[in-house]
Design a protein. Structure first.
Length: 160
């Protein structure tokens, strides 16, 4: 008889956490955990598509916060999707698929690219990134997965 798969212990995270997108070279980013958003979004500027080895790729510029170094990223396009922006208006966005790390756990998520330069958080983590991973979000707490004094921006500078 097959034993059922053991259940993973529930991990409680705050509404704001340090996260990594290690395949993109983005680490220790402060992100808003937004269960009201279905899809995760990353701040991107100067987005351009190109073909590489017969596949569609995207090149974009990101700067995680005003003090962070400029980062140029190239990666395959996973999908094009109609996603509602913060005003509720649908817009077509490029979606990439990349490794995501939070609370010393990692898995692959879909991330849409959007201009978020004027937003308080340049990355939001949507509910689809957290589903099926035994994650609960504490709506009144921040930085439950690490000491906020140890949270760094992508330049390696401590967040304050």
């Amino acid at each position: 008889m097959n034993d059922p798969k053991p259940k993973r212990a529930l991990t409680v995270i705050g509404w704001q956490e340090a996260v990594d997108l290690p395949d993109l070279g983005l680490t220790n980013m402060i992100a808003k955990i937004d269960t009201g958003a279905r899809t995760s979004a990353l701040h991107a500027e100067q987005i351009s598509r190109f073909e590489k080895d017969g596949a569609q790729w995207v090149r974009f510029h990101t700067k995680f916060d005003d003090e962070a170094r400029d980062v140029w990223i190239e990666c395959p396009i996973h999908d094009l999707r109609e996603i509602r922006n913060t005003s509720g208006q649908p817009e077509e966005r490029i979606v990439i698929r990349t490794k995501f790390r939070i609370a010393r756990r990692a898995w692959t998520i879909d991330v849409s690219l959007a201009e978020r330069g004027e937003m308080q958080f340049r990355m939001i983590v949507g509910r689809s990134a957290l589903s099926k991973h035994a994650i609960a979000v504490h709506t009144r707490a921040r930085f439950l997965t690490q000491d906020p004094a140890k949270a760094l921006d992508i330049t390696g500078k401590a967040k304050t």
